[in-house]
Design a protein around this ligand. Structure first.
Ligand SMILES: [Zn+2]
Length: 432
């Protein structure tokens, strides 16, 4: 009988061991083989960086459009967590999109103004819209979307469409921008949460940037939608980190000595007296009070994943908003390499710069397009969404003579891990 029992225990332990290995082997392989290789490769690419000569009089500001803080029901993010993450990612401005707390949404509210040289602009994500009134205003979410959109824009604010994998009222005449990339959208298109979880347990400290990169898929359907909309109305394309720092399990001590456990989407799991589990898992609270953290998403890695680079006169909310609306913006996948200095522009017969991404120009004034990139890569010029020219391995680009009206935009991909990986999307130049 004893023998049978021992065999049974051995069997159970073997099954457990195989299960653990099955789930953890990919993460361990990544830790020892794949991720060190990728770190080495990306370092070689970054070493080729040359800062392009400044061609435009505007300054470049790097920022986030669509991200969340404690004001949203599904985030606990405070300045203590947001500011260090933003500084580490070289972020100049943050356009928040907190979920509303009531049908009457009074602006300004939440984080706003300058905080340690970072411009913070409060906005809301609701009713399939992201909005920033930019002024003192009460948004009444009981009204219909077309009315809300118009009221905010008439007051000088911004209204964009988030999550453009979803159905949106594309024919609405008033909205001004759309997300051409959103991290959350990208996660929804097929990645397995359990794979991410086990990979994160192994690689969270050293290689979380590569765990994020594994989520990436080019959003071809959304880009095609953007191109097609731009053929009949102007629409600004921007990227969204949609960060909440909430796909986590974490715990903190409450003033009464009990422990509050939070799960994904910042939902409370339980509040308990300190027990055996807490004694084993909890350590000294960090500067934000967390005594246990298992994070899938962090503010820093989201902020550093994809950025908006706006060319503007000054780091002031109305000036950034004005240039954003003019399309003076390109997006870059920052965790690959720093894209600061990139420019897509048009030249006249004498070789002078006559407009940059976002500008509308007359066909008779434009001779050709040009671009400067901090890294060599695959350069693509698109007209009305179709690739019309491709050039490889140079820092600058100059097109043939432009003979047709149309909407022209520019992409840069870098050769990484034996693939061409999208790195920069510029907004278009409109030739009329
Ligand atoms: Zn969001």
């Amino acid at each position: 009988m004893k023998k049978v029992f021992t065999r049974f225990i051995q069997f159970i332990l073997t099954v457990l061991l195989i299960t653990v290995l099955y789930f953890f082997i990919p993460g361990v392989w990544n830790y020892f083989v794949t991720y060190p290789k990728l770190d080495g490769q990306i370092e070689q690419i970054r070493e080729k960086r040359k800062h392009p000569a400044k061609k435009s009089n505007l300054n470049e500001y790097r920022g986030l459009i669509h991200t969340h803080s404690y004001w949203s029901h599904d985030s606990r993010g405070t300045l203590g967590e947001i500011i260090p993450a933003a500084k580490k990612a070289n972020i100049d401005f943050i356009f928040f999109t907190d979920h509303e707390r009531a049908v009457l949404d009074t602006f300004p509210r939440g984080y706003h103004g300058m905080h340690e040289n970072i411009l913070m602009v409060p906005g809301t994500e609701n009713h399939d819209l992201v909005v920033w009134p930019l002024t003192e205003m009460v948004v009444d979410w009981r009204k219909k979307n077309p009315v809300i959109i118009k009221e905010i824009i008439d007051a000088g604010g911004l209204v964009f469409f988030p999550h453009c994998e979803e159905k949106r009222p594309w024919l609405n005449p008033d909205y001004q921008g759309m997300e051409i990339y959103n991290i959350h959208t990208d996660i929804k298109d097929g990645e397995s949460y359990s794979d991410i979880l086990f990979n994160t347990i192994v690689n969270q400290n050293k290689y979380r940037h590569w765990i994020y990169r594994e989520l990436f898929d080019e959003q071809t359907a959304i880009l095609a939608r953007w191109d097609s909309l731009n053929t009949w109305r102007r629409i600004v394309g921007y990227s969204a980190v949609d960060a909440h720092e909430n796909q986590n399990i974490r715990a903190r001590f409450l003033p009464d000595g009990r422990v509050e456990w939070l799960g994904p989407n910042a939902n409370p799991i339980d509040t308990v007296e300190v027990g055996l589990l807490e004694k084993i898992l909890l350590s000294e609270p960090d500067e934000n009070g967390w005594a246990f953290k298992l994070y899938l998403d962090t503010f820093y890695h989201s902020y550093n994943f994809v950025n908006n680079h706006v060319l503007a006169d000054s780091l002031e909310k109305r000036n950034i908003a004005k240039h954003l609306l003019q399309g003076h913006i390109f997006i870059s996948f920052a965790s690959l390499a720093d894209a600061e200095g990139f420019l897509f522009y048009a030249e006249n017969e004498s070789g002078d710069l006559i407009g940059i991404m976002g500008d509308a120009l007359k066909l008779q004034d434009v001779k050709n397009f040009a671009a400067e990139s901090p890294l060599p890569g695959r350069f693509r010029l698109l007209r009305n969404g179709k690739i019309i020219d491709e050039k490889y391995d140079s820092y600058s680009y100059r097109s043939a003579n432009i003979l047709e009206k149309g909407v022209y935009r520019f992409e840069v991909a870098i050769n990484f891990d034996s693939k061409w990986v999208p790195w920069i999307y510029s907004n278009p130049i409109y030739v009329e």
